[in-house]
Ligand binder design. Structure first.
Ligand SMILES: Cc1ncc(COP(=O)(O)O)c(C=O)c1O
Length: 405
């Protein structure tokens, strides 16, 4: 088969691959615990369901403008005013099939082959692959202290003549770390000084803990004109638990939105009409679900932390938000792929290898599932790795024998 160079350069999504393996094991009746997931388990808001069902039952489901229906664009304008303190025009908004597509189309609108896209490590698995889809090159910036936030000098060092774009995702997938206001302000200033596009991937921005408030990047920008190279991306997937609806958006300068809409128009003609109506209703309807999800996740994080801190060798940085943690398992195993496979094989727990996020020795453990999944999953992991853990472990009726410690 003669596949394109691009097709051959793209790696399979590690999370989707793990889901597949876990599903196969489950189908065989194996009691798999999935701590690798990337979606909240709460129900989608009732307003979204009613709006979607209403349009569906009308039978009048047609093409929409490629940048999105007016109701959704207006809802995004309202959202941006309320949560970022910035009044934009609907012409600054493009709706897309998930935040993922908004980021992809933004990259296609500005990147040329060999351009560089700079982002801190650990990073979301899709950034390097999306850059490759544009013929561009992803450049991760690793913090020298092994932490989750590089210094501004580290960022500046990796920005060169070929750099066209920077991406920040805060709070961050996979670390749950929320960059400091000083760091975000410094990156905004750096991008303005160097004339770089800056994508703020804010998909988790309201899922913050311990009283933290989301940062509005507009408050930090000096350039308040419509020529600004800031691109703010968000969507309903995470905070409204609407991952399968596939609705996200980008807010950017009008010219860029026009170019992005042009590209999206030829790719998909825009997102599904039904789901745009549902997303607009989620944004304008009852909002209590977001806060109750945030509270549940904060409680789940606390339970997870308590369990992780019981491990002798595990170093864990407290996640500030999201539903991920990214503990360091170096003391047990340096190769994160080996570790993830070992945990699935021995105790049937799914975690995601840190290697896929640009940081070896760590694994991503999600806490978007039930408390029982978290406690049982962590009990199994500890039993598999920690010689100080109690000797006995049952999975269902099966008593396991630990013959590798
Ligand atoms: C950092 C980050 N950005 C963007 C997305 C994409 O979200 P959506 O479901 O809206 O495409 C995800 C989803 O996992 C994510 O983790």
């Amino acid at each position: 088969m003669s596949l394109s160079l691009i097709a051959r350069s793209i790696t399979e999504s590690p999370t989707l691959k793990l889901n597949e393996t876990a599903d196969k094991l489950r189908q065989k009746g194996e009691p798999v615990i999935h701590l690798g997931g990337g979606e909240p388990k709460s129900r989608a808001p009732i307003d979204a369901l009613v709006a979607g069902a209403g349009l569906l039952s009308s039978g009048e489901i047609r093409y929409t403008p490629p940048d999105g229906i007016s109701a959704l664009k207006k809802a995004v304008v309202q959202y941006t005013e309320e949560h970022y303190g910035r009044l934009m025009s609907p012409d600054n908004v493009m709706a897309s099939s998930g935040a993922k597509q908004a980021i992809m189309v933004a990259m296609q609108a500005v990147l040329n082959p060999q351009d560089e896209v700079v982002y801190p490590a650990p990073y979301w698995v899709s950034y390097p692959e999306m850059a490759k889809l544009c013929g561009a090159i992803g450049i991760p910036v690793v913090a020298e202290d092994g932490g989750f936030q590089p210094t501004l000098a580290d960022m500046e060092d990796r920005i060169g003549a070929a750099t066209k774009m920077v991406i920040l995702n805060s709070p961050n997938n996979p670390s749950g770390y929320s960059y400091s206001r000083e760091f975000v302000a410094g990156v905004v200033e750096l991008c303005e000084k160097r004339g770089l596009y800056l994508i703020m991937d804010d998909i988790y921005h309201r899922l913050l803990f311990d009283g933290r408030r989301p940062i509005s990047v507009y408050e930090l920008a000096k350039d308040q004109s419509d020529g600004s190279k800031l691109i703010v991306v968000n969507g309903v997937s995470k905070m409204y638990a609407m991952t399968g609806f596939r609705i996200g958006w980008a807010v950017a300068n009008k010219k860029l939105i026009e170019a992005m809409t042009n590209i999206q128009g030829h790719q998909t003609s825009g997102p599904s009409a039904l789901l745009q109506y549902a997303a607009a209703a989620a944004l304008t309807g009852i909002q209590s679900g977001v806060e109750s999800l945030r509270l549940t996740l904060e409680n789940n994080r606390n339970v997870l932390l308590e369990r992780l801190q019981a491990f002798d060798g595990v170093r864990v940085t407290v996640p500030h938000g999201t539903f991920y943690s990214f503990p360091d398992f170096h003391a047990y195993e340096k190769d994160s792929v080996k570790l993830a496979n070992f945990l699935l094989d021995k105790v049937r727990v799914v975690v995601v290898p840190g290697k896929d996020f640009g940081m070896e020795g760590h694994v991503r453990i999600s806490y978007c599932g039930t408390i029982k999944d978290i406690t049982t999953g962590l009990e199994r992991i500890r039993w598999a790795l920690d010689p100080n853990a109690p000797n006995e472990l049952y999975i269902g009726q099966r008593k396991l024998v630990r013959d590798w410690l």
